[in-house]
Design a protein. Structure first.
Length: 260
């Protein structure tokens, strides 16, 4: 047992020394590499803004994003909805409106709008004379969904005829541990995020950055995860339907228009 502990202790010391050297070299000799990572991260940090429901997409934003070895275009309209080919605009406001809301799966991080399931829905709906508005934003949860839907309807000046809510298993943890709804109705996130520690490691250690990039390019990062079916609050009719997409198919439900 002592021998095992000795070996583990030696391994820990080696790891710590390696990380110290990694941190120092990246901050001095390879500082240009560190700055390039920061510049690439700007596309993400400037894409989100603070709101009364914690956060949203910045309006009129356009950038090229990197997700592992994937580079894709990312753009929002004047309302802060992600857009691309087939996305509705001012001219489509008179069409029957379909809202799609969810977290990063719905925002489609790592994918172009056209290849996301929301983009595919928008193109199919456009052929039918309808308009699909993508309300999805990374790290959203049920505490935010209803508030975002209400605000989107107010911004657009219309009432959706259908609402698709794509729940994710992470929503449970987000509502339980991250978000709090105050007495004033404002959604606030807790001050501590494990994400902050991860981001610090990615920004300051080449070893973590290399491991992260290898993970994103591996099959593990694209393992399928099913979303849970949901109906919007107050819905009167729900009919199941499979939505085709470049992601694993997700079971969703269509809810008839209900008071927002």
């Amino acid at each position: 047992m002592k021998k095992v502990l000795r070996v583990l202790g030696q391994a820990l010391v080696i790891v710590l020394m390696t990380l110290v050297v990694d941190f120092v070299l990246l901050a001095t000799v390879f500082s240009g590499m560190k700055r390039s990572w920061a510049d690439a991260a700007t596309a993400y940090t400037e894409a989100y803004i603070l709101t009364d429901y914690d956060h949203d997409l910045a309006p009129n934003a356009k950038s090229q994003r990197a997700w592992g070895n994937i580079v894709y275009s990312w753009q929002t309209d004047r309302y802060g909805f992600r857009i691309g080919d087939c996305a509705p605009g001012e001219a489509e406001k008179d069409r029957p409106a379909i809202f799609v809301v969810g977290d990063s799966f719905t925002e489609a991080i790592g994918s172009s709008y056209e290849k996301s399931f929301a983009g595919l829905m928008a193109c199919d709906a456009a052929k039918q004379g309808k308009a699909v508005w993508n309300l999805g934003v990374a790290s959203y949860s049920p505490a935010i969904y209803h508030r975002k839907i209400r605000l989107a309807a107010q911004r657009l000046g219309l009432k959706p005829t259908e609402i698709y809510v794509f729940l994710d298993l992470s929503d449970i943890g987000d509502d339980a541990n991250i978000y709090r709804v105050g007495e004033d109705g404002v959604v606030r996130s807790t001050s501590f995020h494990w994400f902050d520690i991860g981001q610090f490691a990615l920004d300051n250690f080449a070893a973590f950055r290399l491991g992260y990039d290898l993970f994103l390019s591996s099959s593990f990062s694209t393992a399928s995860s099913r979303t849970l079916p949901a109906c919007t609050r107050g819905a009167t009719v729900c009919t199941g339907r499979i939505i085709a997409s470049t992601y694993p198919p997700a079971r969703s439900f269509v809810a008839s228009a209900a008071p927002l």
